[in-house]
Design a protein around this ligand. Structure first.
Ligand code: C2E
Ligand code: MG
Ligand code: MG
Length: 720
């Protein structure tokens, strides 16, 4: 219980013009260990309270001069007078006086005369209530102060009435004066940043549905327009039937904390000069790649800038900083260019980091093969080859690169990075501007690939390629209806090399176009030869690479090539894979249309291996669908469960496409395909791809068959 500093006991001020009453009251109150002071008029009371505010006032209403109503009103206006309990003691028990007294700020009343014991009981009770109220006020103000310091507001959302009450601090966080904001969820959401509003609304909704609670950061645009970040926390309270009744929570302005966190995160994970990830973050990313187990290959490259320290010593640290920034710029440019234009690399992605002053690193993911990292290493070296102009100095820099392959060269991030560093160091032994793989087998494979690239150039000039032809057979009549031309490379030392090995290399080395043109010319020549030998024209399929397909004016150019060799585009079918067709659907449609108008037939090769749907491909002017051999291999014959094959053939037929199955090796497969309504097939069952000379007998047989059939027909006509 509070007491005035001068009086250890609670101080009661009795204000009454009746001396007897004052004395009687004093006696009973003092017995109850209360300190009592008296004022005989309203004026005396005001004078007293102006210097010492008592703990409670007992106030008579009817006094000469200033009456009790006026005293009550004046006290409430005094700085410390708002909360002091005032007990009205009056002989008047009419309702009007009591109501008026309450209006003036009275706390309670008691009617005179009253028993002394009752008075002191009432005073004790009021002092206790006043003390509780004052403790509550103190705590409230402490809480409000703490919330202000923590920029933390409270809110409560009644799910039944949809009313959302916000505390003063919450209103202030929303940039509004307390009470000026409409108590609704939509008023709160209107202050949320446009980009986050949907997310917040959904989180609140989800919470009410599953009772899980909200715990999230979101952006806020308060009325003053300065964007803030707040942390929203909420908990569901349920009614007796465990139904969510309301959501109670806090909203805290965490803008400064998040900014500080971001700064700390940046300092811990990024290089302040280049803003690239530092060693710490880079290791973390390698770890993610190792553990994610994604299907693509990855590689870690460490790039050592050989003369960096010497340059810093000679030209100063500032020039060194400038140089590093330029190096990064060139590497980033080379990476984006290289990755976009190397088709076999697909959607390779890269992360450049700065490990230390003169050491950068690169993490490559989604590679088609680990060897592809060699190409990127080379393009990084090429990018740094031209000297850098730093101020008035032209500074030449050389670099060495070490490459480690996650999985092969380690399974832990730091081990992989260490091995790439070791490889970079051993690359310096090879000389400036060189790269080296950590593992010997990779180095051997790269060497083989480099020599393959070189040999491929010589092969083109030296006419080392040849074509094999594989017959396409009508599934019902078992007659040859055409061929697929498949290229082979007669390597002077390695023997016959499969296109699977050299076509991807040719594509990267831009050798594919001359190679492809050679195929077209050879096929047209072959067709002319067959024609000259009296054979009816048979369609030949040619595999067209994506790079060639996207050459400008491809249709007119190819038509020119075919005519120049005495062939006819009508007898040539061009095979394109799904991935080539799907790359840029709108330009694909135009090119296909032009090829079609030039007379070529068009086929989708290896159908089913891409992601395209037949319905999508329907918009292209395709004639033939070649089902990938993987499906034929997977046929579970006799078990009646080849739904994919059935679906492909069914849809192909519905779209009126000529359906060819590839890789048919057994009579069972053939029987199944025939049953399903497939039109033609290709495969070892009938013939492997063979040189043109070996086809002569096959074609001659076919010719004699045809002659026989014609004779039969004319005989029938005569006899019929
Ligand atoms: P592709 O166009 O799908 O050709 C079919 C491949 O399956 C050929 O392999 C063929 O020899 C093989 N094959 C045919 N029947 C059977 C069979 O019954 N069983 C098995 N196991 N295999 C069979 P090849 O000749 O090695 O060609 C591979 C790929 O190289 C071709 O696949 C094609 O994508 C590409 N290619 C071949 N020649 C050229 C060309 O002149 N230009 C371009 N750009 N690519 C070509
Ligand atoms: Mg093909
Ligand atoms: Mg194929």
């Amino acid at each position: 219980m509070t007491t005035s500093p001068q009086h250890p006991l609670p101080l009661v001020l009795i204000v009454d013009d009746d001396a007897t009453f004052r004395m009687l009251s004093r006696m009973s109150l003092e017995q109850d260990e209360l300190h009592v002071e008296e004022a005989m008029s309203g004026e005396a009371a005001i004078e007293f309270v102006s210097s010492t505010m008592p703990d409670i006032l007992i106030l008579d209403l009817q006094m000469p001069g200033m009456d009790g109503f006026a005293v009550c009103k004046r006290i409430r206006q005094l700085p410390h007078g708002s909360f002091v309990p005032i007990l009205i003691m009056t002989g008047l028990d009419d309702v009007d006086s009591i109501a008026q007294a309450y209006e003036m700020g009275a706390t309670d009343f008691i009617v005179k005369p009253c028993h002394g014991l009752m008075l002191s009981q009432r005073v004790r009770y009021m002092l206790r209530a006043s003390h509780t109220m004052s403790a509550l006020r103190t705590r409230e103000s402490q809480l409000a102060q703490a919330q202000r310091i923590a920029r933390l507001g409270g809110w409560e959302w009644d799910l039944v009435t949809d009313r959302m009450d916000l505390s003063e601090a919450a209103c202030r966080i929303l940039g509004s004066l307390p009470g000026s904001i409409e108590p609704s969820q939509s008023a709160y959401l209107s202050c949320v940043h446009d980009g986050d509003r949907k997310m917040v609304a959904e989180a609140l909704h989800r919470t009410t549905a599953d009772g899980s609670g909200v715990d999230m950061d979101h952006r806020l645009v308060p009325r003053d327009g300065v964007e803030r970040i707040v942390h929203l926390l909420g908990e569901v309270t349920t009614d007796s039937r465990t139904q969510a009744r309301r959501l109670v929570g806090t909203v805290q302005d965490v803008t400064d904390e998040r900014a500080a966190e971001a700064k700390i995160y940046f300092m811990a994970n990024y290089d302040s000069l280049t803003h690239l990830p530092n060693r710490n973050l880079f290791l973390h990313r390698i770890g993610q790649v190792v553990t994610s187990g994604t299907s693509g290959h990855s590689a870690v490259l460490v790039i050592r800038l050989d003369q960096y320290h010497r340059i810093c010593e000679r030209h100063g640290a500032q020039s060194g900083d400038h140089l590093i920034r330029e190096v990064v710029k060139r590497l980033q440019q080379s990476l984006s260019v290289g990755i976009t234009f190397v088709p076999s690399l697909g959607i390779a992605t890269s992360l450049l980091a700065r490990l230390s002053d003169g050491q950068l690193a690169l993490l490559l993911t989604d590679l088609t093969a680990p060897e592809d990292s060699a190409r990127i290493a080379q393009s990084c070296l090429d990018a740094l080859r031209t000297p850098f102009q730093i101020g008035s100095n032209s500074l030449a820099l050389s670099a060495t690169i070490g490459v480690a392959i996650p999985g092969t060269d380690g399974t832990e991030a730091d081990q992989i990075l260490r091995n790439a560093g070791t490889a970079a160091q051993s690359a310096t032994r090879k000389g400036p501007n060189s790269y080296q793989f950590y593992s010997d087998s990779m180095n051997a494979s790269i060497t083989a690939r480099v020599s393959l690239e070189q040999d491929l150039r010589t092969a083109l000039a030296g006419n080392q390629f040849l074509l094999h032809y594989q017959p396409k057979v009508d599934i019902l009549s078992e007659q040859v209806i055409g061929f697929e031309a498949l290229i082979r490379w007669q390597h002077p030392t390695r023997g016959l090399i499969s296109p699977m090995e050299f076509i991807p290399v040719a594509e990267e080395e831009s050798l594919i176009i001359p190679l492809s043109e050679w195929v077209i010319r050879s096929v047209a020549q072959q067709q002319r030869t067959w024609h000259q030998n009296g054979l009816a024209p048979l369609s030949v399929s040619i595999n067209l690479s994506g790079l060639h397909f996207r050459q400008r004016h491809i249709a007119s150019h190819m038509k020119g090539l075919v005519f120049a060799e005495g062939g006819n585009p009508q007898d040539i079918e061009l095979e394109l894979t799904e991935s080539v067709l799907m790359m840029d659907a709108s330009s694909t449609a135009t090119i296909l249309q032009e090829l079609k108008e030039s007379g070529f037939r068009l086929a989708i090769d290896d159908f089913g291996t891409g992601y395209s749907s037949l319905a999508y491909l329907q918009q292209f002017p395709i004639d033939t669908l070649k089902i990938d051999q993987a499906f034929i291999k997977d046929l579970k014959l006799g078990k009646g469960d080849s739904p994919i094959m059935r679906a492909i053939i069914g849809m192909g037929r519905a779209l009126k496409l000529h359906i060819v199955a590839e890789g048919v090796e057994t009579r069972d497969q053939l029987a199944f395909l025939r049953l399903q309504g497939c039109d033609a097939y290709q495969g070892y069952l009938f013939s492997k791809p063979v040189p043109a000379q070996q086809l002569q007998s096959l074609l001659r047989n076919r010719l004699s068959d045809e002659v026989a059939r014609t004779k039969d027909r004319s005989r029938n006509r005569l006899t019929g």
